[in-house]
Design a protein around this ligand. Structure first.
Ligand SMILES: [Fe+2]
Length: 263
């Protein structure tokens, strides 16, 4: 630990209509260091089956930098950043999007099982026909003028997030002959520290494309692959409205085991 780490982070202040106000309190129990994850914890950056990784992976070994206050504090987020419909992707346009309406929810924990409140959860996804509203996505599936496919929310005091959206369709991606991505929702999470950033994909149970998808299978540990698959939740369904999937997420935890102080 460096001296720099012992300096408490100042509260972020913002000039509002009623003067200077604190928009996010420093979190007293933020650890002073975070675990280094083993290399096998994530897919390799150069994975033969996923062709484009050959061009974009780093050619030199990674250099680990010491964690400083920059990595262990922030991001400074708060509910003031959220729009009213940011976590409901079905009401962001004049009309209703087409497809299976679903609720996707879960909780965000650190590796010690502590719920992480105030975590920014962002998602992006294809529409029900498997097409993104993006200028580079030109495959012949219909766009839905009532579905942009992007949402965000901040976890509550129990680490819980909820989205209402449309179940995405699978899409072809040209990696190899007859390559189709299993239906998925992209997730980005920003925990209490920048070292807890996680970008991942959520899948749906029983997808027939799992065995053929190099991206899904680049996570080589079968148990880790299971953790990317949501579960159907009858409990979270909304009668006569939406079915539901549950997806819990674990971010990196503290680097040291806390001990009680001697009495
Ligand atoms: Fe995708």
């Amino acid at each position: 630990m460096t001296d720099e780490l012992q300096t408490p982070a100042p509260p972020l202040q913002q000039q509002g209509e009623d003067g200077v106000r604190v928009i996010y309190d420093p979190i007293a129990d933020t650890p002073t260091s975070y675990l280094r994850e083993p290399e096998e914890a994530h897919p390799p950056m150069d994975y033969q089956g996923y062709k484009s990784t050959a061009l974009r992976h780093p050619k030199q070994p990674l250099i680990y930098l010491p964690q400083t206050i920059t990595e262990i504090t922030g991001p400074q987020l708060g509910p003031v950043l959220m729009g009213e419909n940011d976590n409901d992707l079905t009401v962001q346009h004049d009309g209703e999007p087409i497809g299976e309406r679903i609720v996707v929810s879960g909780r965000v924990f650190d590796t010690e099982g502590k719920p992480l409140r105030g975590t920014l959860v962002e998602i992006w996804q294809a529409n029900s026909a498997g097409r993104y509203m993006h200028r580079w996505d030109r495959w012949p599936a219909p766009l839905d003028p009532n579905f942009s496919g992007a949402g965000r929310c901040i976890t509550d005091d129990e680490g819980r997030y909820t989205f209402t959206t449309i179940k995405p369709g699978p899409y072809p991606w040209g990696n190899h002959y007859n390559a189709w991505r299993p239906a998925h929702i992209h997730f980005s999470l920003l925990g209490r520290a920048f070292t807890q950033r996680l970008v991942t994909q959520m899948y749906f149970p029983g997808d027939p494309f799992f065995p053929y998808d190099p991206i899904f299978n680049s996570v080589r540990d079968p148990k880790a692959r299971e953790r990317m698959v949501s579960s159907f939740s009858i409990h979270d369904t909304v009668p006569n409205w939406a079915h539901a999937y549950h997806f819990d997420i674990y971010l990196r935890g503290p680097g040291a085991t806390p001990f009680e102080e001697a009495h």
